[in-house]
Design a protein around this ligand. Structure first.
Ligand code: SF4
Length: 163
């Protein structure tokens, strides 16, 4: 019965309680984004939040440069190791990894512009195993309930690979 199609998502797509205080864009989860993924019958792999586990709930907003220090790199690499291992196992067993949802402009979880440090480490571990993922970043303009054309863009992203 299993569809063998998975999508990886940044932790805060489903849990806005993890973001820097006052930067949340939903009460709990990005329900409308999650609905698009559920419509597709994907298995959803929620990645850990590297900033929360390093600096906690009361952390200040920091820049990419401020996060780009050896202890945070090491933390991100260690945190990424487990999901990277799981993805390798799924790929080995013939599962399709549809892609990875990141967060635009996050110093940890952007995947497409100035790549976030956690995503650099995760994608680096996967690349070393010859796994290269397509990515889609939730744009800065997105707000739950006011998604603009983000849901349509996400549907296109999901469908290109699953048609
Ligand atoms: S570090 Fe990543 S998962 Fe955590 S709040 Fe920032 S963007 Fe979301």
């Amino acid at each position: 019965m299993r569809g063998k199609r998975l999508i990886l998502i940044s932790h805060c797509v489903l849990n806005q309680n993890a973001v820097v205080r006052d930067w949340e864009r939903a009460v709990g989860a990005y329900n409308d984004i999650a609905m698009v993924l559920l419509e597709q019958d994907f298995g959803i792999v929620q990645l850990p939040c590297p900033e929360f586990s390093m600096l906690g709930e009361e952390r200040p907003p920091l820049t990419w440069e401020e996060y780009d220090v050896p202890p945070y790199r090491t933390h991100c690499r260690e945190l990424a190791a487990e999901p990277a291992k799981q993805i390798q196992e799924y790929v080995k067993k013939g599962y399709q990894i549809v892609g990875l949802l990141g967060i635009q402009e996050s110093p940890s979880c952007d995947t497409t512009r100035k790549r976030g440090i956690f995503m650099e480490e995760l994608l680096g571990l996967l690349a070393a195993a010859s796994i290269h993922l397509r990515t889609f970043d939730i744009p800065e303009s997105y707000r739950k309930g006011q998604p603009g054309d983000v849901l349509e863009q996400l549907r296109r992203f999901c469908n290109i690979i699953t048609e």
